[in-house]
Each structure stands twice: as C-alpha cells, then as structure tokens.
Write a protein that binds this ligand. Structure first.
Ligand SMILES: [Zn+2]
Length: 350
C-alpha cells in the first residue's frame, strides 16, 4: 500500500484578516471536511487552462489568495494553488480557527446530515454551525475541468492527513454543493478523496501485530447500506460520543426531536446575535425547578418566552458570562433551537 507524502504547507495564516474567521472553536470539534473548487467560491475564473503564462497564473492566484484572506469576506483553512504553479498547499486559517467557508446565507442556509444521524443547521453567534464543526479546503479550479496531477496528489495527501488526525470517515467528507443549494463546487475530486481516506483506514493498512485478545465488545456488523467502520473509526466515534454526548445512533434512549423521531437534531442557536461574550458550547443541562423562565436575552428583565419544569433536559448551543446577575452569577446558557431556543441562567441548571 502506498502512503501519500504530505507536501510542505506554506503557512500564510498570519496574513489573514480577523474578519473572516473566529479564532477558536469553543468546545466544538471537527466533524466534517468540506471540499471546494475556487470557481464557485470566488468571483474569478480560476481555471487551470486559462492559456496564460506563469506570471499570468501568479498574478491571478495572488488575487484569489487575497479574496480568501479577507477581500471576499470568506475564507478557508487551505488553498491548493494552480497546477501551473506546482499545486502547492497554502494554509489560510489554522485548523483551530472557524473559517467562513460554508456558513450558508439567509436564502440558502447550510446544513448537513451527519453519518451518526445528527442534523446540523443554523447559526451560533452569527456564524453558520457548519463552520464551527468543519475544515475547508479550496482547490484552484473549476468543476468542469480535470485537475492536474500535482493538485490531485496534494489534495489527496492533505485530506487523508486531516481525516486521520480528526478521525473522519469517508462519510464525513463532503462537497460544498452537498451543504448549500446555490453552490456547485467541491465535487471535482470528492470521490477520489473519499476513496483515498477509505484506503488509508483499511485494516490492511494497520501495522501487523500478534493477534489481539478477543475483543470484549465486538463491533456489531454494519447495517445494510451503511459503510463499515475500521477500528480507528470506532475509537473516534467513541471519543466523539464522550465529547458531545449527542445521541449515539441506534440506541433506544436517544433524545427525540420535536417530530418524535429518533434522529437527533442540532440546529444551533438563533438568539445569540447581539449578545455580549457569547462562547459556542455543545452540552446539556437539566432544569432544577418548576416554572423556570426562559428569556429571549440573557437578562432578568428580558422577554419571557416560556416556562420549563424540573427535570427537563436541554441541549445547549452557547453561553455568556456577561448576562445579568441572576443571584447565582452572570452565566446564562443559550438553549439549542432544536429544544426551543432562548436563554436560561446557569443557576437554573444541573
Ligand atoms: Zn465553496
């Protein structure tokens, strides 16, 4: 089995405007890798067959680079440059940053059905939830051209490395087109990237070792139509469950959404904009007392939206420590929109 070598990454993140990313992910983790082609993400005809010379490609590439560093109001974590310039990998945002690459818009909200059944849609702190949980790679080029071999090798090596480090399965790699209805990009090398990640995670690629003792909890056979999981996938899935607690697929006690289905829904918060000090947060809390008032802002005198009773479990999207003092402190939590939205003071939750 050949293993791609990750080329040197040219780190340009220090040049990127603070206006096109959030500097940390809160407690969100990377669950998704989004592929883009620059035609569709920028206003430029960034093709590999433009018929210009090296200087011409360099000039156009510099313009595209600046677009993703702030000029366009959007960003990405990585940009793979033109084939004519070597298909180099440039880092635009650090992976710990929330780059604005797939947040959607009012008319075309971005959303994703994750392999574990979680549905992501909406905004946290005014930024699309998809951005909070994803890494974005832009490839210079159009969806209707064949990428060059240098670009292809760079993208496969980079995507495989990201998938390994963040425990992403092929089902967690998507094109931008799959997330937003008005976008057509990201499909060019999607199948090749998924295949490369699948191959890299195949059991045959694991180091050979003496047979392990019988597993205490053998993995169940995958259901028909579901991709099989490698051991590393299962470890990653276990970690993810610990991290975000959200609804392991197939369990009978998974939280139900408003429609009463077993599919968990996570659609972010809608009342977080304009609130000071909002920190994205993926967690849960249980209401302590009957008649707890949920408000539209983190303030004692804000509009009351509804009352909740003792024992109600709430999924939470964010918190702020700059709410009004409830008598138990100034921390308030933003209830996930899937659980009705609104703000609840920290002292009201177990
Ligand atoms: Zn895109």
């Amino acid at each position: 089995m050949s293993q791609s070598i990750l080329p040197t990454i040219v780190d340009l993140s220090g040049q990127t405007s603070a206006g096109v990313y959030e500097s940390n992910r809160g407690n969100f983790t990377v669950k998704l890798l989004v592929l883009h082609d620059t035609v569709g993400s920028t206003q430029y005809p960034d093709r590999n067959n433009l018929g210009v010379d090296i200087a011409g490609y360099q000039s156009r590439f510099n313009t595209t680079l600046r677009w993703l560093q702030g000029d366009g109001g959007v960003s990405a974590h990585y940009l793979i440059g033109p084939e004519a310039l070597g298909g180099n990998i440039y880092r635009i945002c650090q992976e710990g940053w929330v780059a604005y690459h797939a947040g959607g818009s009012a008319n075309w909200p971005s959303s994703w059905h994750a392999p574990d059944g979680t549905f992501y849609q909406g905004n946290v702190n005014g930024v699309g939830i998809i951005n909070w949980i994803s890494i974005g790679i832009e490839r210079w080029g159009s969806v209707d051209e064949t990428p060059g071999p240098k670009q292809t090798a760079a993208l496969l090596a980079l995507a495989t490395d990201i998938a390994r480090r963040h425990n992403l399965t092929p089902g967690q790699i998507v094109s931008h087109k799959e997330l937003e209805g008005d976008r057509q990009d990201g499909v060019t090398l999607l199948a090749a990237v998924r295949a490369a990640i699948s191959q890299a995670q195949a059991p045959a690629n694991q180091p050979t070792a003496p047979a392990a003792p019988v597993a205490q909890n053998p993995a169940p056979a995958p259901a028909a139509g579901q991709p099989s999981n490698s051991p590393s996938d299962l470890i990653g899935a276990g970690l993810n469950k610990l991290i975000d607690f959200l609804t392991p697929k197939g369990t009978t006690n998974a939280p139900t959404n408003a429609a009463g289905t077993q599919n968990p829904v996570y659609i972010g918060g809608t009342l977080s904009q304009g609130v000071a000090g909002v920190v994205p947060y993926l967690g849960a809390g249980v209401v302590k007392n009957n008649g707890t008032i949920i408000r539209d802002k983190p303030a004692n005198d804000a509009q009351a939206l509804r009352n909740l009773n003792q024992g109600t479990t709430l999924r939470l999207s964010a918190y702020t420590d700059k709410g009004s003092n409830s008598g138990t402190g100034t921390r308030w939590y933003l209830i996930d929109a899937a659980d009705g939205g609104g703000w609840i003071y920290g002292g009201a939750l177990n």
